[in-house]
Design a protein around this ligand. Structure first.
Ligand SMILES: [Zn+2]
Length: 290
């Protein structure tokens, strides 16, 4: 059934601007309902069609460079929207600990110190998505995949991604944030001692990001990761940018990319991100209270 649906999806992409009138008629009611919830996304032309929002179908991807806080925002949104936050790194680790031919193959690759291929990652991901669909999950938020255009192309054959959120932060701030990362050598807690305060200039607003300080018991036990040096952090960002710009372009051409410049830390950014996604205040309040 799922395979059939995927086949249909692959042969007939259902865009709102499709030339097929019957299809357009079929989807116009869905589109108008979606518009209530996602007006800014549908204002661009040609807009991608969304399914009935009552089904809460969310098939999103999160992009963002290391240190931007992508995992944090993806996880918050997944709780708010009631869909799983799927990080491919976690999936691979889970698969390694399971049984079956795929796990066996994966262990072989990892034990030989080889890179896990796109095909294997997509196999693991497909298995996870099918399992979720069978359990009645109404969507997902992907984090850490796709990283390359090739992966994005393969993913397109497996599922319909309807929105790609690209989280962005100024590079100097990112570097400062990465350099501020500390781990407690005793309890393993993650903290950040960087206090970022940049005054607004030339009409651009200032940015404030509070440090995430450890409790007093951890203060004397903080260590810095060996690879959190300025040189390594900058190199990591350069590699990320080289790889991700084509992926961003891939989704931009498909009218699925939502660029979001983080205006500061979580207290400033979270409400603005919800606003950019046209998620309603009620949901936001419920989530904040939770
Ligand atoms: Zn500690």
């Amino acid at each position: 059934m799922a395979a059939l649906r995927r086949l249909l999806r692959a042969s007939a992409p259902m865009y709102y601007h499709s030339q097929c009138t019957a299809q357009r008629r079929l989807f116009s009611s869905l589109a108008s309902e979606a518009e209530l919830r996602f007006p800014s996304l549908l204002n661009r032309s040609p807009p991608p069609v969304r399914r009935d929002p009552k089904e809460r179908s969310i098939q999103w991807v999160f992009l963002g460079c290391p240190g931007v806080g992508k995992g944090t925002y993806a996880s918050r949104l997944s709780q708010l929207l009631g869909v799983p936050h799927i990080a491919t790194g976690d999936l691979v680790r889970e698969e390694l600990n399971s049984s079956g031919p795929l796990a066996e193959e994966l262990r072989g690759i990892v034990n030989q110190g080889k890179l896990v291929s796109d095909e294997i990652i997509i196999n693991i991901l497909s298995k996870r998505l099918e399992g979720g669909e069978a359990k009645g999950e109404s969507g997902f938020i992907l984090d850490g995949f796709p990283r390359t255009v090739r992966q994005a192309e393969i993913l397109e054959g497996v599922t319909d991604i309807d929105l790609v959120i690209n989280l962005k932060l100024r590079e100097d701030i990112l570097v400062e944030k990465c350099l501020g990362r500390r781990i407690c050598s005793q309890c393993g807690g993650n903290f950040n001692v960087a206090s970022i305060e940049i005054k607004g200039e030339n009409g651009s607003p200032g940015i404030y990001m509070a440090p995430l300080l450890p409790p007093s018991g951890c203060t004397s036990k903080l260590i810095t990761r060996a690879d959190d040096t300025e040189e390594v952090v900058k190199e990591r960002l350069r590699i990320y940018n080289d790889m991700s710009l084509p992926v961003e372009e891939f989704y931009r051409r498909r009218e699925k990319l939502l660029e979001f410049d983080l205006p500061g830390g979580i207290p400033e950014s979270w409400p603005k991100l919800l606003h950019a996604l046209n998620l309603n205040e009620q949901d936001a309040k419920q989530s904040a209270a939770a």
